[in-house]
Design a protein around this ligand. Sequence first.
Ligand code: 13P
Length: 250
Amino acid sequence: MKQFYIAGNWKMHKTVAESVALARDLVSKLGSTRQKVMIAPAFTALASVAEVVKGTQLRLGAQNMGPEEQGAHTGEVSVLMLKDLGVQTVILGHSERRHSYREDDALINKKLLLALKHGLEPILCVGETLEEREAGKLESVIGTQVRDGLKGVDAAALARVIIAYEPVWAIGTGKTATPQDADAVHLYIRKVLGGLYGEAAAKAMVIQYGGSVKADNAAELMGMPNIDGALVGGASLKPETFVPIVDFSA
Ligand code: 13P
């Protein structure tokens, strides 16, 4: 049976105490899950949540990182600091970073190469705005984000990269891409990857869908041939909404 990769992006939510409580609850409720599960608390809660998930089936993720190992970069958090806390995964190029903080493909690529260099699993987020989709630019936007995001990544390193397709218009809006629409974009991403790395590597790639994933649409989305998991925002903030997504097939 296929294993799915379900990740929770907690965004800018929760104090340390709230994060620890949620992580504890998830550890106890997801103890026997067969899926790969990751949670990404805010930077401030990483150290405390790391203690909770250590030795469990839950992976620890960060929501972003700086593009340099260290130095005079006020306000940034480096890959070395994340590694030091036991972080295993890092979300890069989230649309909120691309749009609100002007992160471009070159910067995201720099971070991705740094994450790989230090053994972190990067989740490269890609996605089009509604305007781009309606202007017929979906494939060119996604193609560029994938190609430029992965510049300099060799085939061996690619195996450690996860891609998350998050249409910007579906994030936090309650609007989900139809499973068929999402699958078509995932298939296109595989086509781009196939052109870069060959068909076998493209097929092996884990591509998550993100954007208003909920318990009631998870099974249908995960049932599509090219969707291998989910990157969940709002619904990852409570056990009662996140656990049923992880257990969608149960
Ligand atoms: P929502 O699930 O709240 O739409 O957020 C999706 C997302 O941005 C996950 O990274």
